[in-house]
Design a protein around this ligand. Structure first.
Ligand code: 5GP
Length: 231
């Protein structure tokens, strides 16, 4: 029998936060995890594969699916639709696996309101300046695109209160380990296991350090670098 039970794990964070690397790491290292391939109306980027990274569909096709209420959640990001199909839940339950969703803050809100026990993790850049540098290094954006991404990142961070865990991405390998630990610790907790030894104890300690309530002041400091008022 698999270790998963159809549990949902959401990972959000601004582009340039290393999110896709983190999500790929979790799917690769944690047993019985599947990645929820989203539907999108945005065109594929170089190297992206239909069915692996996204299911690329037309706006008309997306709107039809929307009208049939086929999405667990959906959002419009930078003028394109993105959505998680309802069928990921049944697929995960059938295969006795858990699912990782890489979705934005609006989608997370919808998932949380429908499935109260979904676990949501927000990845944060150390500062606005650091995020800007990373976006510049990717060289994917125009100046306007960059401004929009920074604005969006700020919006996401301002809504940190809907997330269960907050992980500041300073060193990517550490961030991968932290998110892996959160998933493993949540599994142990849900299975009603007593605090374990060795590896399990390490997961629990890492997860505890990442809990939202232990990171509020850190988030306030990061928000300030985005020019936001302290909440
Ligand atoms: P990108 O176009 O860079 O791949 O993704 C843009 C944003 O859309 C990211 O923040 C990503 O997390 C979000 N996103 C991707 N798939 C979904 C989805 O199915 N639902 C929602 N709500 N957001 C998504």
């Amino acid at each position: 029998m698999g270790a998963g039970h159809g549990q949902l794990f959401v990972v959000s964070g601004p582009s340039g936060s290393g999110k896709s690397t983190v999500v790929a790491h979790v799917v690769r290292t944690v047993p019985d995890m599947i990645f929820s391939v989203s539907y999108t109306t945005r065109p594929p980027r170089t190297g992206e594969q239909d069915g692996r990274d996204y299911r690329f569909v037309t706006r008309a096709a997306f709107e039809q699916m929307l009208a049939r209420s086929e999405f667990l959640e959906h959002a419009e990001v930078f003028g394109n639709y993105y959505g998680t199909h309802q069928s990921v839940l049944a697929a995960a339950a059938r295969q006795q696996k858990d699912v990782v969703l890489d979705i934005d803050v609006e989608g997370t809100r919808q998932v949380k309101s429908r499935l109260a026990d979904a676990v949501a993790v927000l990845l944060l850049p150390p500062s606005a300046q650091e995020l800007e540098q990373r976006l510049r290094a990717r060289a994917l954006d125009t100046a306007e695109g960059m401004r929009q991404r920074l604005e969006r990142a700020r919006h996401e961070i301002e809504n940190y209160g809907i997330y269960d865990y907050l992980v500041v991405n300073r060193v990517l390998a550490e961030t991968c380990a932290a998110v892996e630990a959160i998933v493993q610790a949540e599994r142990l907790r849900r299975a009603g296991r007593p605090p374990g030894s060795g590896e399990a104890r390490d997961w629990e300690a890492r997860a505890a350090a990442a809990r939202r309530d232990n990171n509020k002041s850190q988030v306030s400091a990061i928000l300030e670098t985005f020019g936001a008022q302290r909440p």
